[in-house]
Write a protein that binds this ligand. Structure first.
Ligand SMILES: Nc1ncnc2c1ncn2[C@@H]1O[C@H](COP(=O)(O)OP(=O)(O)OP(=O)(O)O)[C@@H](O)[C@H]1O
Length: 366
């Protein structure tokens, strides 16, 4: 499946655009702040129903306009297509339609048009708190397993109930209520732990392989899932934690404290990795994610590469281009400020591509 035609009206700084895309490599070139990333975000909207950069829908309406519209026609085979439209009008409900019919729930659309995006803002996965990494695991597992999200919602609900109880320790039957909550939390948390473990066990070898390829086999990285539940049953953890939880008045241990450990050689990537090494890791992670989704879906994800030259040396960029232009990948979008540099790399790898010039929100085929 690939995005064949894309039309935008009043989306961020793009007043109007109608473009026809290549099923393979699409390059968006232009100066800083011209709208290259905005176009990628529109493609993200059509897959996920929301911005890939945490923009609220209202922030995506072009300044001075009342609504935005994103209209995409995907080719699924020679004679079949999917028509997806996402629109949002100020102070009203966002609409996501497939073939002219509005979805009741956005989540019903998940997985139809898989997509993987690499952006400079991915560094938050390395440098921000564990919450960011848990969100990453949760979002990826939810794409592959719809039941996971329901389990997570129930766990978070119980966690909130438990924390409320810990703040009101004079509640009659405190211990009995706590026991009931813990019993349910232990079952759900054990489930969440198993799915996260399975995800990272599957993902980690691919990440290591892609990183080795990007670095020309000079460096090795490891990705590990850190959870207390890997060592102890959750019911035991909750029981042991009770005195501490009562003192702190919140739940100190559980899958809501899980994290990922990323190492370069024997050292923490966050502390000791250079910016280029961190960026290489994030690209390797996203390419591994691509393989994982492709393995679970009948269609290959669309790959969005925003600003890939940022922080990478030419050797790594060339390796990356070599990897993503291999048979295993499908439709790709690449943004860059430097047209000559991008074209040189693509030419030297013998790639065919379609180039778009982006100037002040206008997108034109070169
Ligand atoms: N709602 C909006 N209405 C109008 N303009 C907007 C809106 N949201 C963002 N912009 C503008 O879009 C531009 C940013 O576009 P974008 O992030 O796509 O740039 P880019 O071409 O990817 O640049 P860079 O090369 O620096 O990454 C900024 O000028 C910003 O002010």
């Amino acid at each position: 499946m690939h995005l064949h035609k894309l039309s935008l009206i009043d989306f961020k700084n793009i007043a109007e655009a109608h473009i026809e895309l290549s099923p393979q490599i699409n390059c968006l070139v232009g100066d800083n702040g011209t709208g290259k990333t905005n176009l990628l975000d529109a493609v993200h909207y059509l897959s996920v129903g929301k911005s890939g950069f945490n923009f609220a829908d209202s922030q995506c309406i072009r300044h001075g306009a009342d609504a935005f519209l994103i209209d995409g026609v995907y080719r699924t085979s020679e004679d079949r297509s999917e028509h997806i439209v996402c629109s949002y009008k100020k102070n009203s409900q966002k609409k996501l339609c497939r073939g002219g019919k509005e979805y009741e729930k956005l989540s019903d659309h998940f997985g139809l048009i898989p997509l993987v995006m690499v952006t400079p803002s991915d560094t938050a996965l390395i440098n921000e708190s564990g919450e960011e990494r848990r969100r990453y695991m949760n979002s990826l597992i939810s794409q592959l397993d719809r039941k996971y999200l329901a389990t997570l919602v129930r766990y978070n609900h119980l966690l909130a109930e438990r924390n409320k109880l810990l703040k009101a320790q004079q509640t009659p039957n405190f211990s009995e209520i706590m026991e009931v909550i813990d019993l349910q939390m232990a079952a759900l948390g054990t489930d969440i732990n198993a799915r996260r473990k399975q995800l990272i066990d599957e993902l980690a070898p691919h990440v290591a392989r892609y990183y080795a390829a990007l670095s020309g086999d000079r460096e090795q990285i490891k990705l590990k899932y850190r959870s207390e539940l890997n060592q102890l049953p959750f019911d035991e953890i909750l029981r042991d934690a009770q005195p501490q939880d009562r003192a702190n008045q919140y739940t100190t241990r559980g899958v809501h404290r899980d994290d990922l450990r990323m190492t370069l050689g024997d050292y923490t990537l966050r502390k000791y990795g250079s910016q280029g090494q961190q960026k290489s890791f994030l690209i390797a992670l996203k390419l591994a994610q691509f393989d994982l989704i492709a393995g679970h879906s009948p269609v290959r994800p669309i790959l969005l590469l925003d600003d890939i030259f940022d922080k990478l040396d030419m050797q790594r960029v060339e390796q990356l281009i070599r990897i993503v232009t291999s048979e295993r990948f499908g439709q790709i979008f690449i943004t860059d400020c430097n047209k000559v540099r991008l074209e040189n790399v693509l030419h030297s790898n013998g790639c065919r591509y379609t180039l778009f010039n982006v100037t002040d929100g206008e997108i034109r085929t070169a």
